[in-house]
Write a protein that binds this ligand. Structure first.
Ligand SMILES: Nc1ncnc2c1ncn2[C@@H]1O[C@H](COP(=O)(O)OP(=O)(O)OP(=O)(O)O)[C@@H](O)[C@H]1O
Length: 260
């Protein structure tokens, strides 16, 4: 199958059934959508709807029970080169005996010369504002900084697609807002396609070009909503706009929160 022009990832009728305590459980059914190159797509849904499961299928970390994922028109049968996943749990993904710099280098060590590796690590650290902490150990850094190290590691791999599973879920509101803005800048600079799982409606509307809401059991895409807010976006002014509030309202409704 050839990819449509500008298409990056595409899900064709994905279904996932997983073993449950009392037999197989259908988690996802008839999930179909595509993500354009350079697009920022968020996936929302109530707890347990299958967001992480869908992200794992997209990243080739879990095989769908039926249906296919295509990456530039080629079927995904394992983690594709160029598609990198960032998880919420930064504490377990950083190696405490390696400095920040050497943690960031982890994914590219065997792939490039020392000079190129150093250049890519420096560029990634600068994108997340951590150049000055490069020679420290990650356990000396705050939670937000540790998550930035994990993101820098993914960026050093120069991915075409970043799959992010609630990357800011464990952070306080101020740190989260600052990382959201850093992600906006990184995407503007690199043109990376981002698929972003979150529980946070405000975060999804603020960051995305499109929001997908999973619903039902088994779940499929209940809402696919374009977010045509101008960029760059601003934490205060964007969120005060009537268009932002209307989009946020529609996402809440799709999640089942009705205003009486
Ligand atoms: N390895 C597994 N084996 C069996 N069932 C699983 C497995 N992983 C997830 N599940 C089940 O699949 C369903 C969807 O889980 P998933 O983690 O994808 O949901 P989610 O929308 O990401 O949830 P949350 O928002 O709470 O993180 C849940 O019912 C979960 O119990």
């Amino acid at each position: 199958m050839t990819a449509l022009a500008g298409e990056s990832l595409a899900c064709h009728d994905i279904a996932v059934t997983l073993p449950g305590a009392s037999g197989p459980v259908d988690i996802l059914r008839d999930v179909r959508f595509s993500v354009a190159r350079g697009e920022f797509v968020s996936i929302l849904g109530t707890s347990g709807t299958g967001k992480t499961t869908l992200l794992r299928v997209l990243g080739g970390l879990l095989a769908a029970s039926s249906g296919k994922v295509h990456w530039h028109g080629v079927e995904v049968t394992g983690p594709p080169v160029g598609v990198v996943t960032v998880f919420q749990d930064y504490t377990h993904s950083l190696l405490p005996w390696r400095t920040v710099r050497r943690n960031v280098a982890l994914g590219i060590e065997s792939q490039c010369s020392r000079e190129e590796r150093d250049e890519r690590v420096d560029a990634a650290l600068s994108m997340v504002g951590l150049q000055k902490r490069a020679d420290e150990y990650p356990w000396r850094l705050s939670g937000g900084m540790q998550q930035r190290v994990q993101i820098a590691r993914a960026l050093a791999m120069e991915p075409q697609v970043l799959l992010m599973d609630e990357p800011f879920g464990a952070l306080d509101a101020m740190t989260k807002a600052s990382l959201q803005d850093q992600m906006q800048q990184v995407q503007e600079l690199t043109g990376t396609t981002i698929v972003f799982v979150t529980h946070d409606v405000e975060e999804a509307v603020y960051l995305s070009d499109r929001v997908l809401v999973l619903h039902g059991s088994p779940a499929n895409v209940g809402l696919s909503l374009e977010i045509p807010l101008s960029r760059p976006r601003h934490q205060v002014t964007t969120k005060e706009g009537a268009d932002y509030l209307e989009l946020r309202h529609r996402v809440y409704e799709a999640l089942g929160h009705k205003h009486e």
